[in-house]
Design a protein around this ligand. Structure first.
Ligand code: SAH
Length: 402
């Protein structure tokens, strides 16, 4: 096996000389039609519908395109979707896919149906470099960013599967960028993929129904505000810098005050839209009454700054354990008390119900197959200005689902 050549092909997500059309949003596809194929731009629209609405990848099956155009597409383009390596339905309707991205890497995507809505949890990177202490993805280290095709390909796979499931509840209505990886560290590809999610010729999801979750990449939150209208979720997890720096090392670079200021700027741009603050509850770590009071204060400050009720929403996530973790889930009584304390302080607070935990598909449990991570992880952390990880593991852990 010639790894070098295979990796080159796979990493670029295309065969030499052929453009993977999944890598392009509407504008990119129109340009490709005009510039490379010498075709009218609107022809690109037909192809988008074939790919995203009808899940057709073979140009020969795109019957309303002329023969000449189909020939040109076959010569210059391809539609390359992620390969399903493994899939697993949960007893609660949740469905998880392990998708092969290349010879050595795989990522996970999870569909969660719930009363009239269906949410797909999408990954943005192979592994993650941020080393959040309570997240199982962190134990795998970081390998690489996913391409646009690999990100939108996850939606393609799920939508195709759901199209074949004759059940209303199974419709895909929401996407959350809450799978593996930090989406704001793969900015261009994530933004392009989200543009296809929202495009009527793509998956037609409203802005509000596409949510990007970040651990707090402050400059990129501002950049996102300039180019996109998606909903923003911020992984806070601690109400003070000391504790947050321990749980989310990125906090050393972008502390809470700067993070909250960036959230404020984002919310101001999207007048009337709230921001969700995620808070994973860990027994004895961040779930004490003192933490609830500090968090309530932070959230009220946010509402006051924006002069808007419920500008900040809190999403409490009971910690989902994974092998080797030193944390435990808070008790039900502590979770309720934490929520009540926030509600009493007039902070809109929900508890996220755990779904799919029988198939290790719950928040923070996602694991793919991440190869060749150690060197890249070190480089990545250096670029971020973070210290080397404290939870380095020696072996490449295969996905638990495999
Ligand atoms: N990097 C992005 C997106 C990935 S994590 C971010 O940090 O937001 C998505 C969410 O999963 C985070 O909000 C985090 O709260 C949650 N999460 C991670 N590990 C978890 C765990 N073990 N239990 C519960 N939630 C977890």
């Amino acid at each position: 096996m010639n790894d070098t050549i295979d990796n080159k092909q796979d990493h670029a997500g295309q065969k030499p000389g052929r453009q993977n059309l999944l890598d392009l949003d509407r504008e990119g596809l129109e340009n490709f039609f005009a510039d490379t194929l010498g075709e009218k731009r609107y022809r690109a629209h037909q192809v988008m519908k074939w790919i995203h609405h009808r899940h057709v990848t073979d140009f020969a099956e795109m019957t309303d395109l002329g023969k000449v155009l189909r020939g040109k597409l076959e010569a210059h383009a391809e539609v390359r979707v992620p390969q399903i390596q493994f899939e697993k339905p949960s007893t609660d309707g949740t469905h998880k896919w392990l998708l092969g991205m290349d010879n050595s890497n795989a990522i996970e995507t999870v569909f969660i149906p719930d009363k009239g809505r269906g949410t797909l949890c999408v990954s943005s990177q192979v592994g993650c470099a941020l080393n959040c202490q309570f997240c199982s993805t962190a134990t795998q280290g970081f390998n690489r960013n996913l391409s646009t095709a690999e990100i939108i390909g996850q939606v393609w796979v799920a939508a195709k599967h759901l199209g074949n499931v004759p059940h209303k509840q199974r419709k895909l209505t929401n996407v959350v960028m809450m799978g593996m990886g930090e989406p704001l560290m793969n900015f261009d590809n994530v933004v392009r993929a989200m543009s296809v999610m929202r495009d009527d010729l793509g998956y037609g999801l409203a802005n509000k129904r596409v949510t990007l979750s970040t651990a707090g990449m402050v400059p990129m939150i501002d950049k996102l505000g300039e180019v996109s209208d998606v909903s923003l979720a911020v992984s806070l997890h601690a109400p003070n810098d000391e504790l947050r720096s321990e749980l989310v090392p990125l906090n050393k670079k972008y502390p809470i005050e700067e993070l909250m200021a960036a959230c404020e700027r984002y919310a101001r741009r999207k007048k009337g839209e709230s921001i969700t603050f995620e808070y994973t509850l860990m027994k004895g770590v961040n779930d004490q009454p003192m933490h609830a009071r500090q968090l309530a204060r932070l959230m009220r400050q946010f509402d006051n700054a924006l002069q808007m009720k419920d500008a900040a929403k809190v999403n409490l996530i009971p910690f989902n354990p994974f092998p080797g973790t030193r944390y435990e889930r808070s008790s039900e009584a502590d979770i309720r008390a934490f929520q009540k304390s926030l509600l009493d302080a007039h902070v809109l607070t929900m508890v996220r119900r755990t779904r799919g935990d029988d198939i290790d598909a719950a928040c923070g449990q996602l694991k793919g197959q991440v190869a060749d991570r150690t060197r890249r992880q070190a480089e990545h952390r250096k670029r971020l200005g973070l210290q080397a990880g404290v939870s380095e593991v020696d072996n490449v852990a295969p996905g638990r689902v495999a």
